[in-house]
Design a protein around this ligand. Structure first.
Ligand code: PMP
Length: 429
């Protein structure tokens, strides 16, 4: 494939935008090479500036669960735009989307809209701290909750050590309130809770992880966390930015039958517009300003265009719940196809999948936490696979640490084309 115009645009962009991108992973740094500049997209396909057509498995990192430029979403945005783009006042559509979200998601009474997943998680943690009167949080290595300071924390040398910042600009003062645990390791969480009794506000996690590849919670892991929280008064925060409105109408809470205390949303809830949200039962949400003392705000929060896109998206999903089954089946088909190809070529691999989240790790060991994910990524096979797939017209996430997001717009022909591409690429690995 030719990427001439993308390459030119990338050179231009780097002069005025740091690294040429407005979000780092877009720059292909992990896999090498230069990013494609996308001109337009429809359904399951992306079209780049050189006219290449690609089958898309990123889907804007999750939001486009029904494919690109989905007509009801596009129509809703266009229609709404005609009446003005922002007022900074309450509008009826904010109540409509809140009512629908509360209906779709179990165990929540109220929801507050923000502009990104980062804001949702940051606000959820502030709320948890305000509600409990405690300062520390437990997060898991390899879980991503946006780029707010408290979350950019690397593993310390042992389970009991305080976190140290892994980005300059995050203060040690902030880092010391974030305790790091290993995903799927309840003993580790118990140790941290024991060592920090009475000072932990919440445990935050991706209940199905997608930021170290797709990593499902082991049986009993989420239940164990729920028990720990029930015994200690620590709040359980599910970051459902990826999983919400994707793994089921009601996200992981519905799919796996476990309730959290605070939920964070993003991606699908905005239908491709910049939206995040956090939600909980009344007792907790009423701690938020203007009712309660915990401050949280936003000039463009609940923006009418964003709400129109989100409402159109959630309405489609709510009225057609068979979509969730359909994308799960498509993803299972892809899973089987990829596994067959890799087995045919004797390529060591592990495919993890939950519903329409799937990823492939090249290594023969099970991948169940950050260390096991990193061990397989370090083999370097993924990067070759990524570029091979791209050259064959398939756009997967440009990093071994990302899940793929399947959209309902993908046809079985697209899936077969993808499996055929993988077959060609596998010969070269
Ligand atoms: N939480 C999770 C689980 C995410 O995957 C992401 C983004 N990929 C975020 C939070 C942050 O969302 P945003 O990029 O919209 O700030």
């Amino acid at each position: 494939m030719i990427y001439k115009r993308s390459s030119e645009l990338f050179q231009q962009a780097q002069k005025v935008i740091p690294g040429g991108v407005n979000s780092p992973v877009r720059a292909f740094k992990a896999v090498g090479g230069e990013p494609l500049f996308i001109k337009n997209a429809k359904g399951p396909y992306l079209y780049d500036e050189d006219g290449n057509k690609l089958i898309d498995y990123i889907n804007s990192w999750g939001p486009m669960i029904l494919g690109h430029a989905h007509q009801p979403v596009v129509d809703a945005i266009i229609e709404k735009t005609k009446s003005g783009t922002s007022f900074g006042t309450p509008t009826e559509i904010e109540t409509k989307i809140a009512e629908l979200a509360v209906k779709m998601v179990p165990n929540i009474d109220k929801i507050r809209m923000v502009n990104s997943g980062t804001e949702a998680c940051m606000s959820a943690v502030r709320l948890a701290r305000g509600f409990t009167g405690k300062d520390k949080i437990i997060k898991f290595a390899g879980c991503y909750h946006g780029h707010s300071d408290s979350f950019l924390i690397q593993a310390g040398s042992g389970a009991m050590t305080f976190g140290t910042p892994n980005s300059p600009g995050v203060t040690e003062g902030t880092a010391k309130d974030t305790l790091l645990a290993n995903y799927n390791d309840l003993d580790n969480v118990n140790e941290l809770v024991e060592a920090n009794r009475d000072s932990i506000a919440c445990i935050i996690l991706e209940p199905v992880a997608g930021n170290m590849g797709c990593i499902p919670p082991k049986e009993g892991f989420l239940e164990g966390l729920r028990e720990i929280c029930d015994e200690t008064g620590i709040l359980l925060v599910f970051d459902e930015v990826m999983t919400g409105f994707r793994l089921a109408e009601g996200g992981v809470q519905e799919r796996l039958g476990i309730n959290a205390d605070i939920l964070c949303f993003g991606k699908v809830i905005g239908g491709g517009m910049p939206v995040g949200a956090f939600a909980a039962r009344n007792e907790i949400m009423d701690y938020l300003a203007p009712v309660g003392p915990v401050y949280q705000a936003g000039t463009l929060s609940g923006n009418p265009l964003a709400m129109a896109a989100g409402l159109a998206m959630l309405t489609e999903l709510h009225e057609n719940p068979e979509i969730f089954k359909s994308i799960d089946e498509k993803t299972e088909y892809l899973h089987k196809g990829l596994a067959r190809v890799m087995n045919d070529h004797d390529i060591k691999h592990t495919i993890n999948r939950v519903g329409s989240m799937i990823s492939i790790h090249f290594g023969d060991k099970p991948v169940y936490d950050f260390a096991t994910s990193a061990a397989s990524a370090s083999l370097g096979v993924f990067n070759k696979f990524f570029h091979g797939m791209l050259d064959n017209g398939v756009y997967i996430a440009p990093s071994a640490y990302e899940t793929w997001f399947i959209s309902e717009a993908l046809s079985y022909e697209d899936l077969d084309a993808t499996i055929n591409a993988a077959n060609k690429v596998a010969k070269t690995l």
